[in-house]
Design a protein around this ligand. Structure first.
Ligand SMILES: Cc1ncc(COP(=O)(O)O)c(C=O)c1O
Length: 455
């Protein structure tokens, strides 16, 4: 859609308007833009991102949000309901992931739920005299962990992955030393939706007396239903003794509004490491559990409402559709010898060009893009993924995808040897463009996303 598609349609506010604008006119603009932007997701043509897509569910959550949108949950005495909501969100999530006790925090999203444990494990190491801590994790782990390491001065040691694209335990073991404070594994990984060998990571963590964070930001709230639905999802949660924390995003498969996630700890002692206290401040005894200061009660109330309104039965129903659709998708991809699925995924299916080398996967993606299908581009190796969410499970969506994928493979075969369009953007980091140029381009993109369109 481009960065500034509305520049010709609406006035660009280059400074605060002198007189306030009419509310109806504002709502009309908002409605028009959001309708355009939701259309692809509503047709089931988007990978990931929009997890529920049920507009009645959203309307209900928005109503709940409205009651508390203005509430600052930092003021606990004024809004004790927030304490109820947070405690219950943590307890419900702890139950799903078999935590020994309901101990955690509600955060603003996956990134915060990954950065906090990095801080916690650094502090845990400090208590044990480790001043130069490192964390060992596979290359497929989410970059929010790199961000945490960058912010908190932790060395990250990246392990390789196996030919099944999950953490290679030999590589993990070779990187652990006396300064390792934690290991990380994902359930499942963002790129390929795969589950690292959490049981082996757990064994290693116990053996070394160190911590293990499981990144279930993407997969926690969907994979936890696998067992009940008789899918062979391996145990990845607190039932494994070495797991000391798990992140699971309510704003993904928890079907809450954007801006919420749950981070669970095995013990209150670990959680305490992320608390911040400023007891001498003239403004009073200041304390906050995580990175944010003021937080909206609306998100917390809506997250709670999403969970209790769906209940186990609601989640199971949607999860069954998602597991079924992902299996169907694997079958559709499997019809093409030019393509191969990466690893053995349950809900997020990554695929690449097979060793036949008959197609470039980004040519396949080019065709999908031209027909309104928005996959996610991957690199190292070049691939795309289709992360199945509720809108993709609607009747007819997979049939339509089968048709467009068949045509896309034909299109890609015809163009073999020519440069694809989407590859330049998605694949550049992994090909011949120097890393510095890629980073310069990425910085420019971030500048642009926070700027006005050119005058
Ligand atoms: C595995 C995994 N971890 C962490 C994150 C980060 O979550 P957020 O974008 O909510 O910060 C994501 C996001 O897609 C993810 O897939």
């Amino acid at each position: 859609m481009g960065l500034y598609p509305y520049v010709d349609r609406y006035q660009v506010e280059r400074s605060l308007p002198q007189a306030g604008r009419d509310r109806d006119e504002i709502l009309e603009e908002i409605r028009a833009m959001s309708t355009i932007e939701d259309a692809l997701a509503d047709e089931g043509k988007i990978s990931g991102s929009i997890y529920s897509g049920d507009h009645q569910h959203y309307a209900f959550l928005n109503e709940v949000f409205g009651y508390y949108s203005h509430a600052n949950v930092l003021q606990r005495d004024v809004y004790p309901s927030a304490t109820r909501f947070e405690g219950e969100i943590i307890a419900m999530t702890a139950g799903l992931l078999h935590a020994p006790e309901p101990c955690g925090v509600v955060t603003s999203g996956g990134t915060e739920s990954l950065m906090n444990p990095m801080l916690v494990y650094r502090e845990w190491g400090r208590e044990r005299g480790i001043t130069n801590p490192n964390v060992v994790l596979p290359v497929t782990a989410h970059p929010a962990l790199d961000k945490g390491a960058h912010y908190f001065g932790i060395e990250l040691r990246k392990a390789t992955v196996t030919d099944q694209f999950v953490a290679d335990m030999t590589s993990v073991r070779s990187l652990v030393d006396a300064n390792t404070v934690a290991l990380v594994g994902s359930a499942g990984t963002y790129p390929h939706g795969l589950i690292d060998p959490i049981d082996s990571l757990s064994t290693l963590a116990v053996e070394r007396g160190i911590n293990l964070h499981v990144d279930g930001c993407l997969g926690g709230f969907i994979l936890c239903w696998g067992e009940a639905l008789a899918h062979p999802v391996p145990v990845f949660d607190f039932r494994l003794p070495g797991v000391t924390s798990i992140s699971a995003d309510t704003h993904k498969y928890g079907f809450a509004l954007k801006g919420s996630s749950v981070l669970l700890y095995r013990s209150p002692e670990l959680r305490r490491h992320q608390y911040f206290m400023a007891p001498d401040w003239p403004g009073g005894l200041y304390t906050s559990p995580g990175m944010s200061g003021s937080r909206s009660g609306g998100i917390i109330a809506a997250t709670w409402a999403a969970m209790v309104s769906l209940g186990r039965e609601g989640y199971l129903r949607i999860a069954a559709d998602i597991f079924r659709t992902a299996a169907e998708l694997r079958g559709i991809i499997g019809r093409h010898p030019e393509l191969e699925v990466i690893g053995d995924p349950f809900f997020n299916v990554a695929f690449r060009a097979s060793a036949t080398d008959a197609v470039d996967i980004f040519h396949v993606n080019d065709y999908l893009v031209q027909h309104g299908w928005r996959m996610n581009g991957l690199q190292n190796p070049p691939a795309i993924h289709f992360c199945i969410t509720r809108p993709n499970t609607a009747p007819g969506v997979m049939e339509r995808f089968a048709e467009v994928l068949h045509a896309a493979v034909g299109y890609a075969r015809e163009r073999a040897g020519t440069p694809p369009k989407s590859g330049a953007a998605y694949g550049a980091g992994g090909t011949s463009v120097p890393r510095e140029m890629v980073q310069a381009g990425m910085s420019g993109w971030l500048d642009a996303t926070q700027s006005l369109p050119p005058a």
